[in-house]
Ligand binder design. Sequence first.
Ligand SMILES: CC(C)(COP(=O)(O)OP(=O)(O)OC[C@H]1O[C@@H](n2cnc3c(N)ncnc32)[C@H](O)[C@@H]1OP(=O)(O)O)[C@@H](O)C(=O)NCCC(=O)NCCS
Length: 160
Amino acid sequence: MGLFANLFARSEPVLSDAASRDAAAIAGLHAASFRRGWSEQEVEGLLTDRHVIAHRAMLGSTMVAFILSRLVEDEAEILSVAVARARRGRGLARNLLDLHLRRLAGYGARAVFLEVDEHNTAAIRLYDRAGFREVARRPSYYPGAGGKAAAALVLRRDLV
Ligand SMILES: CC(C)(COP(=O)(O)OP(=O)(O)OC[C@H]1O[C@@H](n2cnc3c(N)ncnc32)[C@H](O)[C@@H]1OP(=O)(O)O)[C@@H](O)C(=O)NCCC(=O)NCCS
């Protein structure tokens, strides 16, 4: 690996607010991470919605993670979070979620909800470590491989 490639591989992603100019990068990361992708227009619509809070992780000019929530009054819902495959398993989602939850609290959120596939071990671990607890279960919510649908777990974390 060349010197610059080596430095790039070792540097830490920088976390910051995401804005509508990030729509294409978020749509790309989303499509690479989920069975049903979001179009760039859908993401742009979310990023320009005043109720939506979004953060990103950048490695140089490349987006390597994002998280999006909708905040209405004092309740937030995490709509999506994803980390680029090559950067997973290094604590990036944990750091981004931590920043995001602190910002949501700052905007007045008192409770945060989300839905996760019962088989998504990495995400369930991430949320469990961040203090989320299961409050409901929606059977047969996600179409599964081989026709076997998976349940959605509804998780909640109080911020106060
Ligand atoms: C879920 C996801 C965001 C996690 O991102 P990440 O940066 O790899 O997560 P982190 O490295 O911060 O790890 C967070 C926790 O999950 C655990 N974890 C990460 N990947 C794991 C895996 N494949 N299997 C089991 N646990 C895993 C980590 O060990 C860590 O727990 P710990 O603090 O007890 O060690 C990432 O796997 C992803 O983008 N998945 C596809 C999109 C997705 O499913 N999003 C969630 C939808 S609800």
